[in-house]
Design a protein around this ligand. Structure first.
Ligand SMILES: Cc1cc2nc3c(=O)[nH]c(=O)nc-3n(C[C@H](O)[C@H](O)[C@H](O)COP(=O)(O)O)c2cc1C
Length: 200
C-alpha cells in the first residue's frame, strides 16, 4: 500500500529541514580577524605574519594584516577579533600603538556605544631583552581592550605571544613563531565559539 502523497512530502521536508538545522549548528561561522601591528625593524611584523598563519589554520577564517597607522574604521568594526602587536619601547607599547588605541575614540568614535564590545582581543610583543617590558607591553594592550569591553584571550604565552630579538637571542626563532601561530589559532577558535553563541 502506498502512503498518501502529503505524508511523503512532510517526511521529506522534515528530513531536509532537520539536515539544515544540524548543518547550521555544526558549521564554523565565518570569522574575520584583524592583525594590527607596528614594526620599525621587521621583528614584530614577522610575528604578525605568523599570528595570521595561525588564524588561517582554522577553517572559515579571514585575516587582514595591517600596520596600525593604516587601519580604517571599517577594518576595525567589520572584524570579529583584533590582535595587536607592538615592539617594546621603554618597557611599554610603542607610541604608534598607543596612538592607534587613542584613535579608536578620537577618529573612530567607539564611545559611548562601546562599538568594540564583545569582539575578541589579544596581544603580541617583541623586545630586545629577555625581561625588559614584553609582558607589560602585552598587558597594557589587553588593558586598552578591556576598557573597550572586549573579550581578551591569551595564547602562545600567559599574556599572548612574545619574542626576544637582541643580545643572546637575535631575531625571531622557530619557537617564537610557533607561539605566534598558537595565539592566532586560539583567537580564531575562541572567536568562532563566541560568534556561534551570539547567533543563537
Ligand atoms: C626607542 C626604543 C626603545 C626600546 N626599548 C626597549 C625596552 O624597554 N625593552 C626591550 O626589551 N627592548 C626595547 N627596545 C628594543 C625593541 O623592542 C626590539 O628591537 C623590537 O624587537 C623591535 O621591533 P621591530 O623590529 O618590530 O621594530 C627598544 C627599541 C627602541 C627603538
Amino acid at each position: 500500500m502506498r502512503p498518501p502523497i502529503g505524508l511523503v512530502v512532510l517526511a521529506i521536508t522534515v528530513v531536509v529541514l532537520g539536515g539544515r538545522v544540524e548543518a547550521a549548528e555544526t558549521a564554523t561561522p565565518s570569522v574575520k580577524v584583524l592583525v594590527a601591528y607596528h614594526s620599525t625593524t621587521g621583528n614584530t611584523e614577522k610575528m604578525a605574519e605568523a599570528v595570521g598563519e595561525g588564524v588561517k589554520s582554522v577553517p572559515g577564517t579571514r585575516v587582514v594584516l595591517k600596520r596600525v597607522g593604516l587601519v580604517t574604521a571599517d577594518d576595525l568594526f567589520s572584524s570579529d577579533a583584533v590582535v595587536v602587536g607592538s615592539p617594546v619601547y621603554w618597557s611599554n607599547m610603542a607610541g604608534e600603538v598607543k596612538t592607534f588605541f587613542d584613535n579608536w575614540q578620537l577618529k573612530f568614535g567607539v564611545f559611548p556605544e562601546f562599538k568594540m564590545r564583545n569582539k575578541v582581543g589579544a596581544a603580541f610583543a617583541t623586545g630586545g631583552q629577555i625581561a625588559s617590558g614584553k609582558e607589560v607591553t602585552m598587558l597594557t594592550i589587553l588593558a586598552a581592550m578591556l576598557g573597550n569591553q572586549m573579550i581578551v584571550v591569551s595564547g602562545g604565552g600567559a599574556f599572548g605571544a612574545s619574542a626576544t630579538t637582541e643580545g643572546e637571542s637575535p631575531g625571531i626563532d622557530q619557537n617564537e613563531l610557533a607561539a605566534a601561530r598558537a595565539l592566532g589559532r586560539r583567537v580564531a577558535e575562541v572567536t568562532a565559539v563566541v560568534k556561534r553563541g551570539m547567533a543563537r
